[in-house]
Each structure stands twice: as C-alpha cells, then as structure tokens.
Design a protein around this ligand. Sequence first.
Ligand code: AMP
Length: 635
Amino acid sequence: MGETYKEFHRRSIERREAFWAEQAALVDWHKPFGKVLDYSRPPFAQWFVGGETNLCYNAVDRHLKDRADQKALIYISTETNQERIYSFRELHQEVNRFAAVLQSLGVAKGDRVLIYMPMIPEAIFAMLATVRLGAIHSVVFGGFASHSLAARIDDAKPKVMVTSDAGMRMGNKIPYKHLVDEAIRLSRFPPEQVVIVNRGLDPQMPLTPGRDLDYAELRSRHMQAEVPVVWLEASEPSYILYTSGTTGRPKGVQRDTGGYAVALAASMKWIYCGEPGETYFSTSDIGWVVGHSYIVYGPLIRGMATVVYEGVPIRPDPGIWWKIAQDQRVTVMFSAPTAIRVLKKQDPAYLKKYDLSSLRHLFLAGEPLDEPTAQWISNALGVPVIDHYWQTETGWAILTAVPGVEKTPVKFGSPSFPAYGYDVRLLHEQTGEEVGPNEKGVVCIVPPLPPGCMSTVWGQDERFVSTYFSSFKDRLIYTTFDWGIRDQDGYYFILGRTDDVINVAGHRLGTREIEEAISTHPAIAEVAVVGVADPLKGQLPLAFAVVKDAARIATPEACQALEKEIMAAVDKQLGAIARPSRVHFVTQLPKTRSGKVLRRSIQAIAEGRDPGDLTTLDDPAGIEQVKAAVAAAKA
Ligand code: AMP
C-alpha cells in the first residue's frame, strides 16, 4: 500500500528539508541550491538557498523541448466574442517580444512593473515578461479605482505601468486608461512610461505624449526578439501583490522565486492532480492570488494549457463555463463559492447540457463554502468538489484534501486537513494554548512557513513580523486571523475572521479602508463599516455614519441623496466592489469608554443576533441608534 496522507504530511513536517528537496526536482534549476532551508533569522525563511531559477523559464521555455506545439494559453472572451489559442512556442515568442519592449524602456532586474489590465493574453505576457527580466510585477485588480491604484503605485514605485484602453463586463465598457491617468495624477511616485494595449474599445482614450506608448507599435519593433532569462537566486522576489488588512494601508505581499515555483509545481501534482498536456480552467482574475498561482504560474509550470476567460458565468447563458470545460477537455477547474451560488439559482439543465467527462475535480476557495452549495454542485457535476482554504499571503492552500496522495472522503463545509508543509495549530485567542477537538481557536501556523508563502511585506520587514507573528507573547507563530475548529476526525472548519477584514464574493476588503473612503465625504464626521452576512456574496459591507450637520439628513429624500453620494465616493476611491449595501445615518456610534467602536456588536445587531457584552459601553444611546436604524431599514 502507498503512503497515507497522514504519513505524507508527517514526513513534510518531521523531515522538512528532505521532503522539499524531493519536491524541488519538479522544477528546472539553472544552478542547484546548496541548502534547502535557511531559518537563521526567524520568522524569515529562505528556501533553496543558492539555487538559481526563473519563473518564466519554468512556465514557458522548458516546455519547448517536449510540447512546443501544444496549447499553452486559451483565451476566450464572451465579452468581445474572441478566442485565441497560443501554443508554448507562440507564448514563448509573445513573452520575448514583451520582454524586449520592457527592456527597451529600461526595465531591469529588481525594477517594478505595475500591471493594471483586463483578462486578456497580453496581461499574462506582461507578467511572464517581467519575471523573465528578473523584474518584479505588481498586478492590481482592474476593479480597484484610482485612489487604490495610486496607493499601490506609491508603495511599489514602478518604473513602467502596463494597461489597456478598456475592459468589458456584462457587455459594458470599463475604462482602464482613464483610471490610470487619474491614479498617476494622485500618486507621488508615478511611472516613467505607460504601455497601453489598445483593444480599440475606447477611441476617446486620452494620451500623454512622451509618457504613453502603444504596445502594438513597440511590439512590431521586436518581432524576432530573443531575450535571455535573468536567473534569480531562489529568495529574490518575483512579485508583489497587495492585500487588505486591518489598517487603511494595503500590504504588499512579497513572493520569492524558487520556493514559489516548487510549491506550485508540487501542488499541481499532489493537490490538483493535473497532468502535462491537459487543460486547467480557473475562473478567477489575474488581479487576485488565485489568478497568479492558478491561471498563470501553476498550470504553465506543470506544462498544462490554461484557460484565460474574460466574461461572467451567466453570459451568454449559465452554461458557458461548462461549455468551455467540454470544448477544451478541461480536467481541473477552480472557482469560488459565490459563483457557484449564482449558478445554483439558474436552470439546472445548463449543467447537464455538456459533456464533462474530462473533468476530474472542481476546487473552490476564497470564502466559506456552505454545505447546501457544496452538496448541490457535487451532485450536479458528479466529480469530487474540493473546498480548500488559503490566503494571498500563503500563495497556495493551507487546508485541503490532497487527492494526489490519498483520496480522503470530503466532509461538506470542511476544507479537510493541513496541506503538507504546514504545521497548523488551533490556538486559544488569549492563552495561546492549543484547543481540543470541536473547540474554537485561531488558525495558526508554526513557522517556518513552507515554500511559496510570502517572504515579507514589501519594503517593511518589521510589518511582516508585527502583523503576522506577534499575536502571542514570547512566541513567533503565524496567525491567519481566521477562527477554526477541528472535529474528532481531524477535519477543519473555518468560522470567519478574527479581525475587521470582510469577504465580499471571495474578495477580501478591510472595513478600515472603506471607512476611510467614506470619511473623504465632507458631510461625514465619523463612520463604522461592518460585514453583514449575505446569502449570495457571503458578506456585504454596511455603513453607519455620523453626519457633521444634521440638516444634511433632515428628510428621507436628503438621506437618500447623501447615501448615494457616499456610495459614489466609495466607488471612486476604492471601486464598486467595496460599495456598502446601505449607509445608515446615526448621531452617535456605540463606543467603549476608551473610545473603541464596538464593531462586533454593530455587526451582531445588523445580522439580527444578540449584541453580546455591552458592559464596556460608554453611552447606551449609540447602540440604541444602531438598533433603531437596522429596524427602520427592515420596516
Ligand atoms: P484572500 O487573501 O483574499 O484570498 O482571502 C483570504 C481569506 O479568505 C482567508 O483568510 C479566509 O478568511 C477566507 N477564505 C479563503 N478560503 C476559504 C475557505 N475555503 N473557507 C473559508 N474561508 C476562506
């Protein structure tokens, strides 16, 4: 009998270095590493010390030998009705052209390239071209508005930005270049050049001579380009990806090169069970961590074709994903629970219309997967549906089933077990002691974090330690900021965040960021934002705002008008994904005597639950106002 998953996991912890040295053989090294792990400066872990490799080489070049003419990138847009397929040879060519363009603009090792793009192949060429040069990409999700983009520009200080004239969603044009112009105006460290992939969607797009450059024109000068790969030491950064936390300032999650390549290659084999030559379809967006790991790098490193889908799950009809899965003979799919809940509301006939015999697994992540949704999709597809739990910080799964090692039964509502390499513990919030079976604790990881996880916060080593490793006194333990329990069989269940981070349709948002955006409105004195349970999107942000001048909310019409203005302010600052579902006006927020807003009580009231311990409340009027506002909204 083969190794059980339990044994496999134990080996990954007890014989950590031998385990990962074995996995490292799944990627190509220009120079072999000398040491598997250097953990001499906890909690900073350096994997595969001295080894030299390159993500682009592993994702593209190394496949030219065996699969140059096989599909690498399958672009399908139901927004522009386009389909383009690139073989590994063609992908290699396009990446070299883009690399030559970036090089001609002075981009070299260590420089940052900020990519703000819709889901088009050029976005992926740009990412791969950047890492080919040893430069560092920072992809910003296209749904973020100019203020968010400006904050990311100022933190990453990119030499070059790559964008497009526009994106498309539900048949509507979404301007990108206009937002980039606005963000550059707001930023203190603007890029020297902006490369624009012009899709011909926005003829009115303004151009700044000298700064803005047309990609097609630049590309035409480098058609035969062959740009040598820049080899990086395994710990050198490949990319920065910003994520929300409890402060208003997003954190730049910094990823290494060698550890990430190995972690992804191993996950493709053990977790996703994808084989070279097959097709992987992740419905995420390149702006999120899932897009980085499992639209771009993971499948390509494995020698699989990856589907790049520009569109929504219900257009032209709710069968579109399954049609793609059928037509492309997809073997592995990856999506998010919200999308499945959307599909659950549609005619089930769409799921039966297509031949899904190629599909082996559907993986879901990003937010809690409720049992009825898990049950529904699992029955409908007839293949294992695997919920797995991870974070931008980790880059790959923390809790998951690992069918490539053992096909353990799935329990609906549970992302199964700790992934190999992760020493997961559930700790009591205050004492830091391990909790027993079926007791709630904070999901923590005993460092060193395995390969692929963030190496630090970009430019802020201190913040890496103070944010993630300082929850327990005298001990360096990584905190996920999620509550969890483990049942008597060892299955984990995630119960929600311990902090003020909320999850809207699988997108992570900091309530503090939304509060800051609302506070930019001149009429607002103070505001509290909480996440409220929503049957479709998991959570929705809800705002309680105190106005400076009561005259602004004297009539219901005035309230409505102000609410609209506030929503528009959030759209403009952060993007529509962060827009509160409602803004309730109150004259006072519930606070403790030390002035802390009682967010957990506000959230409980908004969800119709008991507000909990109110003994620390400074003035009962605040909580009464929240109750009244919620009751009025229901009425
Ligand atoms: P992000 O970094 O945006 O991927 O968000 C990570 C957070 O999403 C986690 O800390 C969890 O709160 C939540 N999350 C991700 N995957 C799952 C899952 N499978 N079940 C429950 N929550 C999840």
